[in-house]
Design a protein around this ligand. Sequence first.
Ligand code: NAD
Length: 277
Amino acid sequence: SQVPSLTLNNGVDMPQLGFGVWQVPDDVAEKTVATAIESGYRSIDTAAIYENEVGTGKAVAASGVARDELFITTKLWNSRQGYDTTLRAFDTSLGKLGLDYVDLYLIHWPLPAKDAYVDTYKALEKILADGRAKAIGVSNFLPAHLERLIAETSVVPAVNQVELHPQLQQAELRAFHAQHGIATEAWSPLGQGKGLLEVPTVVAIARKHDRTPAQVVLRWHLQTGNVVIPKSVTPSRIVENLDVFGFELDGDDLAAFAALDEGKRLGPDPAEFDYDA
Ligand code: NAD
């Protein structure tokens, strides 16, 4: 495939662009993941809480693409944090996906008030040691949470998947990741397709390159070094979002993108988020 890979801190290669399936119902996920794989995506990002691991797994099985050419990520939901509950939740996810391993298993949120992410991560280390995940990591972790994991466990997370787009560039967090060899994966990379794609600067850069706003935003991520997982259920957009390797943003474009940072979250603040059901 044309998508470059990043090498994670344990030597595993991860495609820098993948396909996200949040808010895609299970039956739609089967169709839409099939379309994505046919279009050339090789990395799929799901989660137990998305309730579409079954549809995702069916699409993977039917794709005809060799398992070792695919990169499948799923995530442990908040209510299952804790050592034993995590091991059981992982079994359930693998069963729903119909796989004997995932490429990446993530803790979905830190839930600092619950104070269970260290034990939860130790279960991920066991899953890694058993070869049932090729890499393990976290999502929505702040530097304080990562520091605690690094101090109290043995495996530095390979990935931290966080909200990141031109209006929330996360410079400090990315610097922390770089220091510790953690890959930065951007969720809602298109800003959920809301205001970001209409911002005049983005529209102007798109016109200049004869590309769409979504394509130049994805290009910004790739040139910034992020892993991206844009979501769409529209076949033409699924193809469009993968077609971002035939052009490059220049220094002026990157400077214009840098000026869009507002530190504006679309999703919850991980320090506060404690939804546990
Ligand atoms: P996104 O930024 O990928 O935006 C998706 C939306 O943008 C689509 O629903 C559509 O409305 C629009 N869109 C997509 N392609 C377009 C195009 N080419 N032109 C115009 N509009 C387009 O948002 P997302 O789905 O929130 O994030 C992507 C993935 O990140 C999710 O599917 C999920 O896998 C992951 N995610 C993870 C977390 C987490 O807590 N770990 C949270 C949110 C999302």
